[in-house]
Design a binder for this molecule. Structure first.
Ligand SMILES: [Zn+2]
Length: 240
């Protein structure tokens, strides 16, 4: 009997572990709280989002490519990079793009206390407001990872979680593969994840966003050619 009970116990722990992993790590999971993963299917609209910036010169290059095509995007910035590149922050805002909060130092939120999570978010909210005059209402957790305590902090601050449904895997792919991967998964309502900044590059990956910049014109032209319109991701939220 005991081995059977032990087996059931181990099974429950394993199932709990899988559930916790799913809740924390899967971008589309809604177990901790609501997250925008994709927009409405009607209207053939898609939203382009850039994480981890701003960094110079990559963010300015991306802004130039967007400007040439009159395309609006959303930038989830890290406070630490916003501090380093205040002029680029002002430029993102002046050109009509949406700015969201992506924490100050880009930590995994796993095992972080509520106070540390709040500090990461508030420091970045203050910086973005100081630089642009606007306090963000959108938050994207680093690595898409969520943890206990995050949602109460976000609720107190009126911040909504935005994840993604499509990516070019631009942290590992070369430009051609970024284009192919992004366009292959593009659907009405897609939220596309790319990066205009970086933190500490993984071994073997380039310490820049050259490949993303190279890929972007073909992604935009391919999507527009297929009849998609780009909108700010905030237009995908209920009530907007
Ligand atoms: Zn990130």
């Amino acid at each position: 009997m005991w081995p059977v009970l032990a087996g059931v116990g181990a099974g429950t722990v394993a199932a709990g572990g899988v559930l916790l992993w799913y809740a924390c790590s899967v971008p589309s999971s809604q177990l901790f709280g609501p997250a925008l993963v994709r927009g409405p299917k009607e209207g053939r609209r898609v939203a382009l989002t850039f994480d981890d910036g701003p960094t110079s010169p990559f963010t300015e290059q991306i802004l130039g490519i967007l400007r040439e095509r009159s395309i609006i995007a959303t930038f989830f910035v890290c406070g630490r990079n916003a501090e380093r590149f205040p002029e680029v922050m002002r430029q993102i805002h002046a050109e009509g793009h949406t700015i969201g909060n992506h924490t100050y130092s880009h930590p995994y939120l796993y095992f972080q206390g509520r106070r540390k999570i709040a500090e990461e978010i508030d420091r970045t909210q203050d910086l973005i407001e100081k630089l642009t005059g606007h306090r963000p209402t959108l938050f994207r957790p680093p690595y898409g990872a969520r943890w206990f305590g995050l949602y109460p902090v976000l609720r107190e601050r009126g911040l909504q979680v935005v994840q993604w449904s499509d990516t070019g895997y631009d942290w590992q792919n070369k430009a051609d593969a970024i284009v192919t991967a992004t366009l292959r998964r593009l659907r009405p309502g897609s939220v596309i994840l790319l990066h205009d900044g970086f933190r500490v590059p993984a071994p073997g990956t380039p310490a820049d966003r050259f490949q993303t910049v190279q890929a972007l014109p073909a992604i935009l032209d391919g999507a527009v050619g297929a009849g998609f319109t780009f909108v700010s991701v905030k237009d995908f939220l209920p009530g907007s």
